[in-house]
Write a protein that binds this ligand. Structure first.
Ligand SMILES: *[C@@H]1O[C@H](CO)[C@@H](O)[C@H](O)[C@H]1NC(C)=O
Ligand SMILES: *[C@@H]1O[C@H](CO)[C@@H](O)[C@H](O)[C@H]1NC(C)=O
Length: 200
């Protein structure tokens, strides 16, 4: 290759390397445009929150757990689910204020709240994930309770699980069940009278 062409090519590649480096530096230092600066006027509702996607402290605003709970408990969906449980428990007609009830797979605790609101004071809700103060953490298949602690057990499950649940509560008496569809999910609710020597 002729000397001057070689020199030229060397220069060209040096220029490209420089451009690449500057581009990288620019990308590194420059705030990506996909971030929304805090003062952007809100034109689209989906950009409303958080106020800046670049500020990690704003992505997870701290919410007082008590306030969060009160907000959840006053939501329409929560109230309608609680009221649906209340109707079911009232129709079962086997509860009094002293009935000791165990709610298995209690989720966020709708049924626990329904029972407490009805005046049943001894209600224990358990779920794999706790939702205090209504629901404590416990493995539904390995409940840390002694025999005879509860009068009734309540569980909501998929329709095909009913037999498996009945098996879980051996020496219990099937009291009642109902199929419900809430928030688009079909579930079967089961109440069982827990035998004194139940396998719980
Ligand atoms: C509990 O007692 C109150 C007051 O006597 C009564 O209104 C309520 O119906 C009772 N709840 C149940 C589940 O029996
Ligand atoms: C609930 O639905 C299932 C079918 O999905 C049915 O076999 C069962 O009898 C129903 N239970 C009640 C209590 O209606």
């Amino acid at each position: 290759m002729e000397k001057h062409i070689e020199n030229f090519l060397n220069k060209v590649s040096l220029v490209f390397i420089t451009i690449a480096t500057i581009t990288l530096l620019y990308l590194y230092l420059h705030t990506p445009e996909t971030c929304i600066p805090p003062n952007t006027p809100i034109t689209k509702p989906h950009l409303k929150f958080p106020s800046s996607t670049c500020d990690p402290s704003l992505n997870r605003p701290y919410i007082d757990p008590d306030k969060k709970r009160l907000k959840l408990w006053s939501s329409k969906s929560w109230l309608s689910q609680v009221s649906s449980f209340t109707t079911f428990f009232q129709s079962s007609n086997i509860l009094n204020n002293k009935t000791k009830v165990l709610c298995v797979s209690a989720g966020a605790g709708h049924e626990v709240m329904a029972l407490k609101n009805m005046g049943v004071s001894d209600v224990t809700g358990v779920e794999i994930v706790d939702s205090l103060p209504l629901v404590k953490r416990a493995d539904p298949n390995n409940l840390p309770f002694f025999d005879g602690v509860f009068d009734l057990a309540f569980k909501e499950c998929g329709g095909e699980e009913v037999d498996a649940i009945a098996g879980l509560f051996r020496k219990s008496m099937f009291v009642g069940a109902e199929n419900v569809t809430l928030i688009g999910m079909r579930m079967t609710r089961i109440i069982m009278r827990v035998g004194v020597s139940s396998s719980l």
